[in-house]
Each structure stands twice: as C-alpha cells, then as structure tokens.
Design a protein around this ligand. Structure first.
Ligand SMILES: C[S@@+](CC[C@H](N)C(=O)[O-])C[C@H]1O[C@@H](n2cnc3c(N)ncnc32)[C@H](O)[C@@H]1O
Length: 247
C-alpha cells in the first residue's frame, strides 16, 4: 500500500488542497510575465486532483498523474462532480512516458522532494523533459533544506470530522532526510476508533544540486525564485519554485 493511500480520504479535509490552487494562479502569472500561452498540461503527482481540475476548469487540456491509487480515486470523483471529463494516469513519475508531448508539466506541493534518490530524481526530470514539446514549461516547487530541518521535533494534533490525527516530524541530518509520521484514529459507526499510521519521507538538497540535476536532464537554464514571488531565494527561504523550459 502506498503511503498516501491511507491519507487520501482525509487529505482535502486537512486543507492541503488550498495550497495547490494558489500554485495554479502563480503558474498563470509566470506564463503571463513571459507572454507565453499553453494549452496542454500534465500535473505530476496530482494527488486528489485539485490543481489538475482547476487547470481543466480554466480551459486547459489537463491530465493528472499519481502513484497512489487512493489519491486518484478521490481525484476522479472530484473531477466527475466538477463536470470535468479528464484523464488521470496511475503511474510513477520516475518512469512515465506520454503518448503525446504537452506544453507544460507542473508538480506542486513539494512532491519532487518525495523522490528520495538522486538517480530517481534525474530520471524524473528526464521523463519530464521528454514529455514536453520544445519550448514547453516545467514548473515545480520544493521544500528547501531549511524548511525540512524544521520538521525535527515538530508535533501537531489535528481533528477533522471523524478523523483525529497526530503528526510527528523528524530530520536525519546525515541523509538530509525528513519524515512526517501520521497516526490516525478514525471514528467508526459503533463509536469506536480504528487506528492506522503512515510515514511520508522527503529529501532535501542544496539549490545548486537541484539545478545540476535539472541540467543533466537537459533543462539548460532553470530559474529559481521564492515561491509565490519573483525574488531570488536566500538562506531563509523555505519554499522555492523552479521554472524550466525545454529548448
Ligand atoms: C504532498 S502530495 C501533493 C499532491 C498535489 N500535488 C497537491 O498539490 O495537493 C504528494 C503527492 O505525490 C505523490 N507521489 C509521491 N511519489 C510519487 C511518485 N514517485 N510518482 C507519482 N506520484 C508520487 C503522492 O502519491 C501524493 O499524491
């Protein structure tokens, strides 16, 4: 079972979908500033489909892709309810191939940090490069090492509807590997609680390492900025957005 399968039915209840909708606005601003228009979009690691459905609602021909069948089930249900007949692909982003290249690929909410090994990240970027038309855009955000270090010792308790959950963070400095362990207590019809847990790891890298991995996949001049702005990232930045273009 994928780590996100057990989180899927609570994901939107935790309010995680609002970030991704903001990323759709931000991507459109990026495109407007470059006077570029795109029509076809692939949203990688689309999760419960919030961004992909929003792109479709705004007139883009959008496809979502995710490795978690649980997240995709919710995404398909939401797309049907929103009246957006769109495609969702059950696939691993480290090894995907599209039958038709697209104008833009997005990957939001630090989903790229979920790929742990450098070789697999390079493979992901290579797949993205090959799936883009010449001139196509790749826009994604990452958690910086500074952000991931804050996961050490982080604990929070959340209660949403029938789900009570405890989130505990950790950070392994030697591997630059952060993780959130989530323990859920789901209220059952008879009033008892069913306990389950999942752990989500994220890997951090220095910005020049991200840039080197993008370059090795063929993205000549990746541009990094503080997410939701157009300022250069600095040592205090927690989230960075990369904009890359296929030559
Ligand atoms: C933090 S969620 C973000 C979901 C969505 N992009 C959003 O903004 O709400 C991370 C997503 O990445 C997906 N994911 C993680 N590793 C993946 C992989 N190797 N291939 C495809 N999807 C992956 C998970 O299943 C999950 O849906």
């Amino acid at each position: 079972m994928n780590a996100y399968d057990s989180l899927a039915d609570s994901y939107d209840l935790f309010g995680m979908d609002s970030f991704t909708t903001k990323m759709v606005d931000y991507s459109e601003t990026i495109l407007r500033r470059r006077r570029s228009r795109v029509r076809s979009v692939l949203d990688l690691a689309c999760g419960t489909g919030s961004a992909a459905i929003e792109f479709a609602r705004r007139g883009y021909d959008c496809t979502g892709l995710d490795v978690s069948e649980g997240m995709l089930k919710i995404a398909r249900r939401k797309a049907r309810a929103a009246g957006q007949p769109m495609r969702f692909l059950h696939c691993d982003m480290t090894s995907f191939k599209l039958s038709q290249q697209v104008d833009m690929i997005t990957c939001f909410f630090d989903s790229v940090n979920h790929v742990i090994e450098k070789d697999e990240i390079r493979q992901t970027f290579k797949c993205v490069h090959d799936a883009l038309k010449p001139g196509g855009f790749f826009i994604f955000d990452i958690n910086t090492l500074r952000a991931l270090r804050c996961w050490a010792g982080f604990t929070t308790v959340r209660e949403t509807g029938a789900v009570y959950s405890i989130w505990q963070g950790s950070f392994d400095n030697s591997r630059q590997l952060a993780a959130i362990r989530m323990t859920f207590f789901r209220r059952q019809r008879d009033g008892s609680y069913l306990r389950s847990s999942t752990e989500i790891p994220e890997r951090g890298f220095k910005l020049n390492e991200w840039t080197a991995m993008l370059r090795s996949a063929g993205f000549g001049r990746p541009e990094a900025s503080k997410c939701f702005s157009f300022e250069k990232p600095d040592r205090t930045t927690h989230r960075v957005c990369f904009v890359c273009r296929r030559q």
